[in-house]
Design a protein around this ligand. Structure first.
Ligand SMILES: Nc1ncnc2c1ncn2[C@@H]1O[C@H](C[S@+](CC[C@H]([NH3+])C(=O)[O-])CC(=O)[O-])[C@@H](O)[C@H]1O
Length: 340
């Protein structure tokens, strides 16, 4: 059964949704299942997202290549078949370019390297050694973008990975990669085009929940922490990554205007402040796993993302400041356990 959206001439995805339905029912997410058809229809509404029809046409043109080798446990998510001819390679590269900008990766699809704006593998490297092993776990990735980290979670042995992100472009990029990955791995990795706020409260069914790069976009960060907690079973692990500032537990930056040219940035706490927020929201064993200043090697414009990037967001005379004169982007990763 594929979702058929009335406004599109063909189903937007070849994904067999029966697997997702069945998994949601048997993995304790039945309350979400009830909302899913409406969420998909809204998230992929061509009236609201005019580009969707064009992206859907791109997806339908992607060639089907069976028996590819899939590599999900290395820095580049790689799909490879030894017998791809030059014409097919060029066709794939041209179609994937039509889904630009590609922000999260890297991916390699039949010898086309999608050199994305972010080296998302660096973030993964920073957290992977410190988290509870994902083997056999049910995982939610909130704000998953195009799903790069979802594939890495599957590569680390997760039983079930659900990524959510309200951006329809990233949903379509996910579907393009999924198309080439094929069914064997893809049946346990899903992308749903919604924000966290749309999930039923207290699902309490995930063993691990990731929220990376989302908290600072939320006008109400404590609500975000409550909502993340509600997705986890008691004892489940939250991995939270966000922008932070230096300072003590009462230090929080609320940029009045833009931050690094982003208009939608709300709260940048210190590590101590965010640790306190997590404890206050009912998490225990709160640990800061890493603090890193983002470099222009990690976030940069490429052939696959040709707009401005970090270098353009910093003060050229003092790269410890953003162009607005605020502290330059520094990101921290936390682990916290849902107490009860
Ligand atoms: N309320 C929301 N609910 C869910 N997703 C949201 C919401 N609001 C925004 N997003 C989504 O959160 C993502 C944030 S990017 C991090 C990607 C990945 N996690 C990464 O860590 O590289 C930020 C960054 O560049 O770091 C975007 O894809 C938004 O559409």
């Amino acid at each position: 059964m594929a979702f058929r959206l009335a406004s599109l001439e063909q189903p937007i995805t070849t994904l067999d949704q029966a697997a997702l339905y069945q998994q949601m029912a048997s993995y304790g997410a039945a309350p979400w299942l009830a909302l899913l058809p409406q969420q998909m229809a809204q998230g992929l509404d061509t009236q609201r997202h005019a580009d969707l029809k064009g992206w859907a046409r791109v997806l339908h043109k992607l060639p089907t290549i069976t028996d590819a080798q899939i590599q999900l446990d290395q820095e580049t998510v790689r799909i490879f078949h030894p017998d791809i001819d030059a014409g097919t390679r060029a066709k794939i590269a041209g179609l994937l370019k039509q889904l630009m900008p590609w922000r999260k990766g890297p991916f390699e699809v039949h010898q086309t390297l999608i050199d994305t704006e972010w080296r998302s593998d660096w973030k993964w490297q920073r957290l992977a050694p410190h988290i509870q092993p994902l083997q056999g776990r049910k995982v939610l990735d909130v704000g998953c973008g195009n799903g790069y980290h979802c594939w890495r979670m599957a590569g680390a042995g997760a039983q079930w990975v659900v990524g959510i992100d309200p951006s329809p472009r990233f949903y379509m990029q996910f579907q393009a990669i999924r198309h080439f990955i094929g069914d064997a791995d893809a049946y346990r990795v899903h992308h749903i085009p919604v924000g966290l706020e749309a999930l039923p409260p207290e699902l309490a069914c995930f063993d691990t929940c990731f929220s990376m790069g989302v908290l600072y976009h939320r006008p109400s960060p404590i609500d975000h922490l409550w909502q993340l907690k509600g997705t986890l079973r008691p004892g489940g692990e939250l991995i939270l990554e966000t922008l932070v500032i230096d300072g003590d537990e009462n230090q929080v930056l609320v940029p009045e205007g833009r931050y690094a040219k982003m208009p939608n940035v709300w709260f940048l706490p210190s590590v101590a402040a965010l640790s306190l927020w997590l404890r206050k929201c009912g998490f225990t064993q709160v640990r800061c796993l890493d603090v890193s200043t983002t470099s222009v090697q990690e976030q940069r414009a490429t052939e696959w993302m040709t707009y401005q990037s970090l270098q353009d967001f910093l003060d050229p005379a003092d790269t410890s400041r953003t162009c607005e004169g605020l502290p330059a982007p520094k990101r921290a990763i936390f682990s916290a356990i849902r107490a009860s």
